[in-house]
Write a protein that binds this ligand. Structure first.
Ligand code: CMP
Length: 144
């Protein structure tokens, strides 16, 4: 098993629903540590840059509008197999297809307003973490 870091975003729809605390509990219940955490409102430009891989897709403009519509919480999570573990905890992108007990099943509205984001691989995790955090922003717990 590998100790990994991944980027998580608690998206604007989750803040509207008032579930930051619930989602942080799900992170910790999954055995992951929050090693970096910031609340911010993305500008449309920052959201476009973050989701640049989706540029040109039919949902891109709506995604940028929604992600910059209100505050979100960006987190760097660390733990054994953190990337897959966080994705399993979130569930499938489309809440209708997400497994029982996952975050998106429990709180997602639709495929766009799906509560959380998680990096999908080691290279994207590295670049996504770097998009929001300087290395000095991240905590190093001696018990990890
Ligand atoms: P996320 O895991 O953050 O990665 C890209 C985001 O684009 C995704 O969650 C959804 O919020 C959104 N998204 C992905 N696919 C679609 C789609 N088919 N229609 C609308 N939004 C989508």
């Amino acid at each position: 098993m590998a100790l990994e870091k991944t980027l998580a975003i608690i998206k604007p729809d989750a803040l509207e629903k008032g579930i930051i605390g619930e989602l942080c509990k799900r992170v910790e219940d999954a055995g992951l540590k929050i090693v970096g955490m910031k609340m911010m409102q993305l500008t449309p430009k920052k959201a476009e840059g973050f989701y640049a891989v989706h540029q040109g897709k039919p949902f891109f403009a709506a995604l940028v509008k929604y992600m910059s519509s209100g505050p979100c919480v960006v987190m760097c999570l660390e733990g054994e197999n953190a990337i897959k573990r966080w994705r399993d905890t979130m569930g499938a992108t489309d809440p209708e297809k997400a497994a029982e007990g996952t975050i998106r099943k429990d709180f997602g509205t639709n495929i766009e307003r799906n509560v959380t984001h998680g990096s999908d691989a080691a290279d994207t995790a590295r670049s996504e973490i770097g998009y929001f955090f300087e290395s000095g922003d991240l905590m190093h717990y001696e018990w990890i």
